[in-house]
Design a protein around this ligand. Sequence first.
Ligand SMILES: Cc1cc2nc3c(=O)[nH]c(=O)nc-3n(C[C@H](O)[C@H](O)[C@H](O)COP(=O)(O)OP(=O)(O)OC[C@H]3O[C@@H](n4cnc5c(N)ncnc54)[C@H](O)[C@@H]3O)c2cc1C
Length: 395
Amino acid sequence: MPAEDPILIVGGGLGGLAVALALGRSGWRVRVLEETPEFGAIGYGIQLGPNVFPMFERLGVSAAVLRQSNLPPALVMLDALDGTEVARLPTGDSFRRCFKHPYVVIHRIDLHNVLLDACRSSPNIELEASTCVSGIEAEGDRIGVRTKDGRSIAGAAVIGADGLGSCIRAQLRNEGPPRLTGYVAHRTIVPMERVPDGVLREEVVLWGGPGYHIVHYPLRHGSVFNLVAVFRTSTFAEKGDVQGHREEVIRTYANAHPAMQALLGLMDLERRWAISDRDPIRHWHQGRAVLLGDAAHPTLQSLAQGACMAIEDGVCLAGLIDAAGGDFEAAFRRYQVARVVRTARVQLDSRVLWEFYHAAGIARDVRTLTVADWSEAHMFDCLAWLYDGFQTSQP
Ligand SMILES: Cc1cc2nc3c(=O)[nH]c(=O)nc-3n(C[C@H](O)[C@H](O)[C@H](O)COP(=O)(O)OP(=O)(O)OC[C@H]3O[C@@H](n4cnc5c(N)ncnc54)[C@H](O)[C@@H]3O)c2cc1C
């Protein structure tokens, strides 16, 4: 039976909104507390694997997501030094037949707005911006959160969907900050007209080089082009300026293919993200508080699955809360069992793939040789554990 107090969701990112929507659709009252003044995402692109579409179907937003998406014909890996094609995973008809759902790219703001609109149309969901949570308050049978501006908010349970730097996780677990990898990312979106000739425009492309990579793909029906440049640098923890970043990029990518150099000329180098992850852990809950998405299992971007995992978490958790009829601790235990190994595999495989992307010297030759005889069927087989999706009805 839905509880009297709402379930509190800390963080209105993709994971927080997915669990809010799933709970709201089943009749649970939820209150989403988001620290930023506006619900909305960082304005860059995101890739979504076929495994997330059954989740969108459960949330009733599949058609709306597809309307805003681009369907690339392939995921292509190019060698950053000589521009040769290392691997090509077709994402057209054969992919769709195999995995039942498409591979898409979408502007994060568009995806966020689809979820927000659906949340806003549910009378069970309250969205509260400018609410920075500083921690959980639990005493006896009562649970809630306190906010930075000194309020106490009572809830039936607390879901920490507050991302990589989660304050809910910090309170549940005695551990340090996330692991910094020494890599940074710069992200940019430019009009498609500015993309240099000779660059693939429809595919999701990853140029892999020694200690650096670039990913690019089209968004908004091909009107704009999303670019992410990632590289290793000793200044990863420093707050630099555009001029310093530019000099570093020129140095880092000095031996890269000319097409990559041209793409780097388009980059907005003002803002950078330090790339981090954490080791997988087995325990995501304590009492009536639980973690979800990046708060539970932050991952490197190599598999492009962090948001997909957060959305899978959200649908799974909501289903188990509903099935447990208000026994939150039982639901959280089942959720952890259902999700830990799959998300840990994404974290650990992403680390392996990270090294593969950045192979240098003889390791690069080994990579080329290894991939040379990969057939489409072999690549589909290797990805089946991930793209075949996740059974939300698991106990
Ligand atoms: C460069 C890059 C590229 C990526 N590409 C992809 C991709 O292609 N595909 C993919 O699936 N994933 C991708 N990811 C990963 C993806 O962005 C994350 O895994 C995903 O956003 C996690 O969602 P989340 O809801 O758990 O956390 P977040 O998106 O981080 O949301 C957390 C929310 O909580 C709020 N918050 C934080 N602290 C508090 C607080 N104390 N009180 C209240 N609110 C709080 C934040 O403001 C935020 O809105 C990429 C990541 C990066 C860095």
